[in-house]
Design a protein around this ligand. Structure first.
Ligand code: HXC
Length: 513
């Protein structure tokens, strides 16, 4: 028996070595943690339970039978984060560069199946050189097995991908299907084809960092939702992100205890500038409306004209979508529409109520926008908000013009409570442009056309650029003082907490992709 125990201990010790001391040192020298160190940081102390520690590859080509590592380059496990179960895979770059073999893929698939069957989130810590080159097509098959499960799990359990090293080629498509991607600055990159291929095909010279580093994907492509300064920050962000989510689509997100207090927010009464064209920062509004320090912004550096993120109101998770007047006047364009739509669909899939803050001058004009499909892309946000059946509350702080009024969670597309501040301007278009079109003749025939135009602009403003026309029709449920907004939201979301909407029977809708 002693021999048997010793044998087991030896095997375990061997597995814990990964690719060996030298490769672990090289990993550390690059500023990266090992796969096991990352798991220790991520999971609650003592909760780590490994699955498949003794799995080895089956490759017998290229002398691979002589190079075998227990675990085969990925640690798969379950454990808890803040007491809640999660399944995790963590790729071990010290073993064949974390590359994905047939058995490596099987290990990931095994925990993905368990996660789906048990209604538990899956987290992937990616650090891999891609397909195991020695294995050929079985590796490609392994990827496809993972992609397929990513799709089956989409909208059923939350899926989070952290990129902590290379993630290239077709391997990018598993993270791409998951709900959130986090990247670590300077040590991670994602691209379909790397700098060498790019150079050959398009003659562009570009570094890995510039082509697919965290900053690039956080600000230019929007592929990643978070760019993290280092691995520790990345892991902390994963934990915070999970705290807003339920375990699966059948559950509600966890609430945290919230002591009731004075919910008036007087600072909001003077926040909107007197000049309607002067910007202000919508994040100042969010900070007043959400529980203290509860706002976690998603996609912070991408399409900054819309702000999205999770927060809590009286301890309960909500998703916020807000036009940002401080960036491009809060206009809706292709990227902000895509960003907003994706976030709304996550919240709706996972029963997280939505708060939409509106200050939008309309859609961005121009050939660039039209030729790249503002029509299709703008429709994504309209579609996503229309199909969302979670509690939906809107607050119009200032402008709600044109089609953007409809899109931004108007009553007409199923919002439950629509509030407006007295500063709201709800109209077909801005008063200046409106006056120019409908009073064209009068203005051109006037002795002083500029004066006439200003006079007509003021007339239009007084008549339409207010919340009262919309309130008279019930499109706005109440015009409220800004300082009362938080109180209204606490009561409103409580009133809506048992909302049930039955959708027409269908296989699935056809969101304009
Ligand atoms: C097998 C691999 C490997 C791979 C790296 N290694 N990538 N082994 N298959 N794909 C091994 C190396 O041989 C090396 O082994 C160890 O991992 C570390 O690699 P280094 O090159 O020394 O590390 P580094 O300099 O940091 O460079 C990392 C890297 C580079 C940029 C990822 O290794 C690289 O370019 N690898 C190949 C990437 C690639 O072309 N993958 C296939 C893409 S196609 P030793 O023994 O020296 O430690 C693909 C298709 C997916 O992924 C399709 C899905 C649909």
């Amino acid at each position: 028996m002693t021999n048997k125990v010793e044998q087991l201990n030896q095997l375990k010790q061997q597995a814990l070595q990964g690719g060996g001391k030298a490769r672990v040192e090289s990993q550390h020298k690059k500023g990266k943690l090992t796969a096991r160190e990352r798991l220790l940081l991520l999971l609650d102390e003592g909760s780590f339970e490994e699955i498949g520690m003794l799995v080895t590859h089956r490759c017998r080509d290229f002398d691979m039978e002589n190079e075998v590592y227990l675990g085969d380059g990925v640690i798969t496990c379950y454990g808890t984060i803040a007491g809640r179960p999660v399944y995790v895979f963590s790729q071990d770059f010290t073993v064949f560069g974390g590359s994905l073999s047939e058995t490596h893929a099987e290990k990931i698939v095994k925990i993905m199946n368990l996660a789906l069957q048990n209604g538990v989130p899956v987290i992937g810590l990616n650090d891999s050189g891609g397909a195991r080159i020695q294995e050929g097509v079985v590796s490609l098959g392994g990827y496809a097995d993972i992609f397929y499960r990513n799709v089956q799990s989409s909208g059923v359990i939350p899926q989070i991908s952290a990129i902590m090293g290379p993630c290239a080629g077709g391997a990018v498509y598993s993270p791409a299907i998951t709900d959130f991607i986090l990247m670590v600055e300077h040590t991670s990159y994602m691209f379909v084809t790397g700098p060498n291929v790019v150079k050959t095909v398009t003659h562009e010279t570009v570094s890995s960092e510039e082509l697919g580093g965290a900053h690039t994907h956080a600000s230019k492509s929007g592929v990643t939702h978070f760019a993290c300064a280092n691995e520790v920050e990345c892991i902390e962000n994963i934990k915070q992100l999970l705290s807003y989510m339920p375990q699966n689509c059948e559950e509600d997100a966890p609430s945290i205890a919230y002591p009731a207090g004075n919910e008036l927010r007087l600072a909001l009464d003077t926040l909107i500038p007197a000049n309607p064209n002067q910007p202000y920062n919508i994040k100042d509004v969010i900070a007043e409306l959400a529980d203290e320090e509860s706002f976690m912004e998603v996609h912070k550096d991408f399409a900054e004209n819309i702000v999205v993120g999770f927060a809590r109101i009286a301890g309960k998770s909500i998703g916020i979508v807000a036009n940002q007047p401080a960036y491009l006047a809060g206009v809706l364009d292709i990227n902000s529409s895509r960003k907003g739509a994706r976030f709304v669909r996550f919240c709706d899939a996972f029963n997280i109520p939505l708060l939409v803050l509106v200050d939008v001058p309309g859609f961005l004009p121009g050939t660039d926008q039209e030729w790249h499909g503002i029509i299709t892309n703008g429709a994504k946000l309209l579609y996503a908000l229309s199909e969302a059946t979670v509690p939906k509350v809107t607050v119009i702080t200032r402008k709600a013009y044109g089609g953007a009024y409809d899109v931004m969670n108007s009553k007409h597309i199923g919002a439950d409570l629509n509030y407006a501040w007295p500063t709201a301007e709800i109209a077909v278009m801005g008063a200046k442009g409106a006056a120019e079109i409908i009073f064209k003749k009068e203005i051109s025939q006037a002795e002083n056309p500029a004066g006439k135009w200003a006079e007509k602009e003021a007339e239009y403003n007084e008549k339409f650029a207010t919340p009262y026309g919309a309130a008279a029709r019930g499109f706005i449920d109440e015009v409220i003082l800004p300082s009362q907004t938080r109180q209204k939201l606490i009561k409103g979301f409580t009133m809506l907490q048992n909302k049930v909407v039955k959708m027409p029977k269908r296989k699935h809708g056809n969101i304009p992709l």
